[in-house]
Design a protein around this ligand. Sequence first.
Ligand code: SAH
Length: 362
Amino acid sequence: MAADDTSNVFEAHPMEGGDGPNSYAKNSIVQRGVVDAAKELVKRAIVETLNIDILSSSNSFKIADLGCSVGPNTFYAVENMIEAVEFKYQSQGQNSQIPEFQVLFNDHASNDFNMLFISFPENKRYYAAGVPGSFYSRVFPNASIHLVHSSYAIHWLSRVPKEVLDKHSPAWNKGKIHYLNARDEVVRAYEAQYVEDMECFLHARAQEIVYGGLMVLIFPGRPNGSASSQAWANMSFQVLGSCLMDLVRKGVVSEEKVDSFNIPVYSMSPKELAAAVERNGCFSIEMVADLLVPPVDDTSSMPQLIASHIRAGMEGILKQQFGEELIDKLFDLYREKCEEHISTTDTGKPVNFLVVLRRKED
Ligand code: SAH
């Protein structure tokens, strides 16, 4: 079978590249906190569930990071996993058998891979390669990966559900940019897109990961049993939507532009992910954990922090729709709204999860 090249089929909204003040590299401490919070659990999962016999003696150990962006978070995560695999070999008295590592950094083709490549840590202990393409399709050869990692990426859907942008559909999401407090039809359209995407994701990984290989998934989501509206990410999108509507009222942006814009992000619960894993049938669930991310010390800088965090993640998609000129104005307003919002309401804590899967034998 020819290697899939589907990079043009999927929507791509990579994070802000480079190392400027609004870049992802400089505005991803929230995600860094999550990688840190997961660190010991990921180590434990690898040490307890990885069977080192999955590697034949001639092979290098292959790790893939899906949705790696530009670093530095991906480098911390990779380093941590390599330490855990090495520890596993040492603890079994197989020090001399420790393999060479190859790390495959995956993201959309439009990700700033140059930035990633020039910022590799000194003395990295692995061979690196970039792999462009959507992780909702095949990106690696059959049975070639031993350990997959993905942090803060699988909440991005492959695209905005079509119906929410269709004027003639009952799921048309007029005046909103996400599904929080939207009509049931809108929520259902997002849920259906998630189910379809996760099916593709698991199907592709089931082919790429060797039997016994592990997949570590870290994602912002919502707790089991809670409604979609209880996710922090959704709250921040609601604020962003209301800023855009303010700019419509001021005549800065056309209403049509806002109506034809929705954010393709879905906050799944661990249970929803488990149901998808069950349907796929190729993986066992080895660990599910809530990640407790320590709060930021300085609450006075919270609005700024949230604004920078959301900007670094959303700038690409917003620029595509509204043009570069609007971005500063939009985020000035966003920061002001966050200030009001945070002082008057409880925005809820970020909720992040870790799920570790293992490729079963067919
Ligand atoms: N893992 C990093 C970056 C998270 S930002 C960290 O924890 O800091 C999310 C990244 O996922 C972005 O770079 C985005 O381009 C990427 N992404 C989203 N959907 C994707 C897809 N379908 N295929 C590949 N990468 C994707």
